[in-house]
Write a protein that binds this ligand. Structure first.
Ligand code: SF4
Ligand code: SF4
Length: 426
């Protein structure tokens, strides 16, 4: 059995091996720096019943699979009040080798396949994506409306800037900054324009596997037709979907880079010159899907041994996806290269970072929960003494900026590319 295209029933052993230890609610003990910032699951933080944790959702999934419970409105509400941030999966592996996030996503797929879900807000954006190729319902012909007339785009480049739906339609400042940096640094790039379809991330997280397959095939065909070899994304969701999820469905050999990785590479090559002082004290928020959720899946072929009753383990051991190899250093290295800028860290960072609250379909279905989670992250950012919060994802940018406005919080927000552009300007 590979890790690919598994159904909920294929995770039965994992669900049965959950020892109800609750490690998935906290960052691993050796990483805890204070009681205030010890928790890691936004869902248990907000709703505070075991059912809302990674382990709790495993119990729900097993109960549903073994028909001890049936579908209800409450069940759907619990399953979808989770940002699919993957923090539970990292923490669980400090003691166990289970995959709570895999189970949550398989549970959502089963709910959709059974015709019981997803929630109305998810159905709405899925339908819009089918009709106009983006979850916002915007005109495909307006996908490049952000593009300033003085930006040079090359039709023959083997590098594509995959702008993404949120950056194209909602966070245009990130697209503009990225394209300007590329031009100034001499990076030739293609844009797919109307041929760029949603990467499928919001649909996949809500359980819409059948629909996402069409998008994957469509996007891969568009890349191949244009001779693309490298794809650069602004969005953490696009990045992890193209890098970690696409190969589970369709094998591809495109090189997937996040803008922060390309910027770090340009710095090393001396093509990115950051000369202007940007006198800010910043703290950096790790987007979950740029970090721990971006690790590619590895195939596993083996069997579950049970030498004595109830003691089961996989032979050979399962390849663990612990977030260790996520993209953590490129954005930090780029920030550190900006003159006059001081980087201070929050307590929960890298694979132990606290989610911004927007992912997993939560921003669409439970906007208040999304805002409260972002508020918690802002508090942690402000506690560092930073005057500016920086991140690398348009979806995080939207939710964190919404929370700054809602809380009148004493902190500014910038995307990494906006600060890099400031440091490049004459
Ligand atoms: S999912 Fe993992 S960490 Fe959470 S209760 Fe189960 S075994 Fe413990
Ligand atoms: S994916 Fe995130 S929000 Fe969902 S249960 Fe795990 S830690 Fe909690």
């Amino acid at each position: 059995m590979t890790l690919e295209l598994k159904k909920l029933a294929d995770y039965k052993d994992i669900m049965e091996r959950c020892i109800r230890c609750s490690m998935c609610k906290w960052i691993p003990q050796v990483q805890i720096k204070s009681w205030k910032y010890a928790q890691v699951c936004p869902s248990i933080d907000e709703y505070n019943f075991h059912a809302y944790s990674g382990g709790g959702r495993m119990i729900i999934a097993l109960s549903l699979l073994t028909e001890r419970i049936g579908y209800s409105e409450e069940l759907l509400n619990i399953v979808y009040r989770c940002t699919a941030c993957g923090a539970c999966a990292v923490s669980c592996k400090y003691l166990n080798d289970l995959e709570p996030l895999e189970v949550i996503e398989a549970l959502r797929k089963k709910i959709v396949e059974d015709g019981e879900g997803p929630l109305p807000a998810h159905k709405k954006y899925m339908k819009l994506t089918e009709e106009v190729h983006n979850p916002y319902g915007e005109e495909p012909s307006k996908r490049l409306d952000w593009l300033p007339s003085d930006i040079k785009v090359s039709k023959n480049s083997k590098l594509a800037y995959f702008v993404g739906c949120t950056t194209s339609y909602r966070r245009k400042e990130i697209a503009i900054a990225t394209a300007r940096i590329f031009n100034k640094a001499g990076v030739e790039f293609q844009l797919l324009g109307e041929d760029e379809f949603c990467c499928g991330s919001p649909i996949l997280r809500a359980g819409g596997e059948a629909q996402v397959l069409d998008l994957i095939k469509r996007n891969i065909k568009a890349f191949k037709e244009r001779g693309i070899e490298t794809i650069v994304t602004s969005c953490a969701g696009c990045y992890s979907t193209l890098k970690a999820d696409y190969p589970r469905y369709v094998k591809h050999d495109f090189k997937i880079l996040h803008t922060s990785e390309l910027l770090e590479q340009l710095l090393k090559e001396g093509k990115l010159k950051l000369k202007k002082e940007v006198p800010l004290t910043v703290t950096y928020h790790d987007p979950c899907h740029l970090g721990r959720c971006s690790e590619p899946y590895k195939e596993w072929h083996g069997e579950i041994m049970e030498p004595i009753p109830l003691v089961r383990f996989p032979v050979p051991p399962l390849p663990l996806r612990q977030g260790t190899y996520g993209c953590y250093y490129p954005p930090r290295n780029v920030l550190k290269a900006i003159p006059g800028l001081k980087l201070v860290e929050m307590e929960r960072i890298k694979e132990y970072a606290y989610c911004c609250g927007a992912g997993g379909g939560v921003k669409a279905a439970f906007p208040d929960f999304a805002l409260k989670t972002a508020g918690r992250r802002l508090e942690e950012a402000i506690d560092t003494g930073a005057d500016t919060l920086v991140s690398c994802c348009p979806f995080c940018a939207t939710n964190l900026q919404d929370a700054i406005k809602a809380n009148n919080a004493p902190i500014k927000f910038y995307d990494l590319t906006e600060l890099v552009l400031k440091a490049m300007e004459d």
